[in-house]
Design a binder for this molecule. Structure first.
Ligand SMILES: Cc1ncc(COP(=O)(O)O)c(C=O)c1O
Length: 385
């Protein structure tokens, strides 16, 4: 195992100087194919759907940050995909008709749509469960459950799921556990160390970190699972281009310093909202009164950059606030250096309307960026009116 710390791995894992030119930064290998000396005799690369050196570097880097793969001398590795949902869809190919996926009763709307409206059409069963309680976990573990999808903290209600508890129950019935680590990032939470089989990210968010690319990753510490997923990715084709892989690789180098600032700013904003009479409820696992605080304190090294709240004036107030901020851009997505604000019920989570995953209509979700926190608080203060 590598002795290097997280910040060092982020800058060095998979990123040796280019052997032919000495370039200190991994080049963007803009090539679809690779010249062979004789049929089947090549330098390890044949065709860029199968492999591309820029993508390989990213895969080694993110796997190392999650504690897997050659960058840390461990088993397994990562697969970079064309989006976060492409990563989730690849996991769907591991299942067959009659198999069941359990997902949390609060989760990203697109994940729910993929499972409930697409995979279900191919015979995959699903259950939405409250994975924050022992009873909820136990009820979901039926003999046909083959994959338990954990999102923690969840999008958008920031619920915290005890990964270790879910792993114990799922492994007891032979099911795989996949953790969507998009909100926490490996800087704050490493699910493989807690026994999860798979980690999935929307690399579009904190990993890329600059709102300039769409991507996804899957990480596993299991060589057989990695092999299977590599086969599935090559067979189905959801790969990122080399420029997108490069943007995530570059973004990841500063993940630690960015997350420190995201967490500090979000914590200050959550405290500000929590004591403001114009706000009804605040969801942030860093608040002592938050139901997920105890588990988050144990399983995460920080509470992340996402905060949700409901204003006292209901939907009308929510819609007014999100159009009045100057620094918080009204936009979908999250995890970039710039602050964003949105109303999930009518934007990112439209697809969960009328289901077990429905979110409060007046919920406002903020992705707290790395601007100066005083400016961010003034902006929200003004917008609250
Ligand atoms: C928690 C979470 N997981 C997965 C996704 C899907 O990622 P992508 O948009 O990169 O496909 C998102 C997108 O918002 C998300 O918030």
């Amino acid at each position: 195992m590598s002795e290097d710390q997280f910040e060092t791995l982020a800058i060095h894992a998979g990123q040796e100087p280019d052997p032919t030119t000495g370039a200190a930064v991994v080049p963007i290998y803009a090539t679809s194919t690779y010249v062979q000396e004789a049929p089947g005799v090549h330098k390890g690369y044949e065709y860029s759907r199968t492999d591309n050196p820029t993508r390989t570097a990213l895969q080694t880097q993110i796997a190392a940050l999650e504690g897997a793969g050659p960058g840390v001398g461990a088993a397994g590795g990562a697969i970079a995909t064309s989006s976060g949902l492409a990563a989730t869809a690849l996991l769907g190919y591991l299942l067959k008709p009659g198999d069941r996926i359990v997902l949390p009763d609060d989760a990203y709307g697109g994940t729910f749509r993929l499972i409930a409206r697409v995979l279900s059409e191919h015979g995959i069963e699903w259950t939405a469960a409250d994975l924050t309680t022992d009873d909820g976990i136990a009820a979901a573990m039926t003999p046909d459950t083959k994959l338990v999808w954990v999102e923690t903290p969840t999008n958008p209600l920031l619920r915290v799921v005890d990964i270790d508890r879910v792993v114990q129950a799922a492994h007891g019935i032979g099911a795989l556990v996949a953790v969507d680590n998009t909100f926490a990032t490996p800087y704050l939470q490493r699910p493989l160390e807690l026994g999860a089989d798979l980690v999935v990210h929307s690399a579009t968010k904190y990993l890329g970190g600059h709102s300039d690319t769409v991507g996804g990753v899957i990480v596993t510490g299991d060589d057989d699972l990695l092999e299977r997923l590599r086969f599935l990715q090559n067979a189905a084709g959801p790969v990122p281009g080399p420029f997108d892989a490069y943007l995530v690789l570059r973004g990841l180098k500063t993940l630690g310093v960015r997350m420190d600032r995201h967490c500090a700013n979000a914590s200050a904003i959550a405290s500000f909202l929590d004591t403001d009479p114009r706000v009804d409820s605040v969801w942030y696992p860093g608040l002592i009164g938050d139901p997920g605080h105890a588990v988050a304190s144990r399983q995460m090294s920080g509470f992340g950059g996402m905060v949700s709240f409901t204003p006292t004036g209901g939907l009308e107030a929510a819609n007014r606030i999100v159009t009045k901020t100057r620094l918080f851009f009204l936009a979908e997505s999250l995890g970039g250096v710039e602050s964003l604000i949105e109303v999930p019920a009518s934007m990112t989570h439209l697809s969960v309307e009328g289901t077990d995953l429905e979110v409060p209509e007046s919920l406002v979700r903020v992705s707290v960026g790395i601007e100066h926190v005083d400016d961010l608080i003034s902006d929200l203060d003004r917008a609250l009116g």
